[in-house]
Design a protein around this ligand. Structure first.
Ligand code: T4K
Length: 382
């Protein structure tokens, strides 16, 4: 049986990458802010429409350095509906994540942030989940009023715009991921987007052990640099990114069409604002024929959808230790986490495969007459 995975990394033809690799071989500059690294930083600033980009070996280290460079201490308000790296970075910074509920757009509920602020709160780390822009203006207003820093975990938000500017221009810092599973990948990689040269210089120092000069180490830095091979791949990937984003948009659009009118599968309300890095749906069902049942059935038919983000970060055992984190009422996050399923989306996914995914979901659900939503039999719902 053919497997359809949740994602398949976009890759350029190998022959287009080889000349870049040849340059690296010839120069013997493999890492430490070499020419490929520097070219990619410049190219990303141009493409994304941001002032400064500092490349990283992955987004997790980027988040850790972002917290460190802003001198964040105490409590950090964040979302439980994300990948564990969001909260892990806060704990690695010896700070406490305070989990606040989300809205039905999957992002932190800005109406609930202020209630969670204490005299220990120093920052908000919000996530543009699935590439959906957070309510950035409201977050900025709260941060200004309460004197907090704002870090956006923008791991999913490559190329996302908000009001005609990059969403990465909001907040003090934004952190991108270029992991294999992301819209723009450098195999592994990430970046911090900042607004001033002074901040970029501090970030660049922290990602390189804190070296000021050959003989002067001024910070307890870390090694989080992107190497030349990853940067070279990034330079080639950037040539194709518009096509990648276009293809993803078409795929999302087709899913939207397929699921239109479905009462058992709710689709992403605000898909048009995203970069279509994910295609989340909510499986509305009852009893044991719930999201997990659909998830398992799909797997048995070769469709490897994923439950991003289940469990909630706050439900992982390491986060249940009271002194590790603080948890507010997370009713919406729990409800969404129990229903969400991210369907396969990647350049190259065929329309026929999308139809197979859609038909399989319908088949799983309609074969179970118990599936009722608001009293409506399933075969009248789909
Ligand atoms: N913040 C947020 C909000 C994030 O979502 C993430 C990462 C981060 C921060 C941290 O970013 P990085 O430090 O990683 O740069 C994946 C990724 O490993 C992770 O990067 C990502 N978020 C998370 C949401 O998903 P898994 O455990 O689901 O990955 P895995 O290996 O199961 O792969 C998923 C699918 O992709 C598989 O079906 C196969 C396919 N795949 C995967 C890889 C790695 C490929 O076809 N090729 C590949 O090389 O975590």
């Amino acid at each position: 049986m053919k497997k359809i995975l949740v994602t398949k990394p976009a890759l350029p033809e190998l022959e287009r990458v080889i000349p870049y690799f040849k340059e690296i071989w010839d120069s013997r500059v493999l890492t430490n802010s070499g020419p490929m690294h520097n070219k990619l930083e410049t190219a990303l600033c141009d493409y994304l429409g941001v002032k400064y980009v500092s490349l990283f070996s992955n987004a997790t280290l980027g988040l850790m350095v972002a917290l460190k460079v802003l001198n964040i201490k105490g409590e950090v308000i964040t979302t439980p509906f994300s990948f564990v790296a969001t909260a892990h970075s806060i704990i690695w910074n010896n700070s406490t994540p305070v989990f606040v509920d989300i809205e039905d757009d999957f992002n932190i509920d800005t109406n609930k942030i202020e209630d969670a602020i204490t005299d220990k709160t120093t920052a908000i780390m919000a996530v543009h989940c699935y590439g959906m822009p957070c309510r950035v203006e409201e977050i900025e207003a709260i941060a200004k009023r309460r004197n907090l820093k704002v870090i956006y975990d923008a791991a999913h938000a490559f190329g996302v715009k908000y009001k005609d500017t990059s969403v990465l221009n909001y907040g003090d810092l934004s952190v991108l991921s270029f992991h294999a599973t992301k819209v723009f990948n450098t195999f592994e990689g990430g970046a911090i987007v900042s607004n001033s040269l002074e901040m970029k210089t501090k970030i660049d120092k922290l990602k390189n052990f804190g070296f000021e000069s050959e003989v002067h180490v001024s910070e307890i830095g870390i090694n989080a640099k992107m190497n030349e091979l990853c940067a070279a791949i990034g330079l080639v990937q950037l040539q194709d990114i518009d096509e990648v984003l276009r293809e993803r948009k078409n795929i999302a659009h087709y899913y939207q069409q397929l699921f239109k009118g479905s009462r058992l599968v709710s689709t992403f309300k605000h898909q048009s604002l995203t970069n279509n890095s994910y295609y989340p749906v909510l499986i509305e069902s009852e009893g044991k024929f719930n999201r997990d049942f659909v998830y398992e059935e799909l797997r048995s038919k070769g469709i490897f959808a994923r439950r991003y983000f289940y469990p909630l970060i706050s439900d992982f055992s390491v986060y249940r230790i009271p002194e590790k984190s603080k948890t507010r009422d997370l009713a919406m996050a729990k409800m969404i986490s129990d229903k969400v399923l991210c369907l396969p989306i990647y350049p190259g996914l065929e329309k026929s495969e999308q139809e197979y995914i859609f038909n399989t979901i319908v088949e799983i659900q309609t074969s179970k007459p118990k599936y009722l939503l608001s009293g409506v039999p399933i075969n009248e719902c789909i």
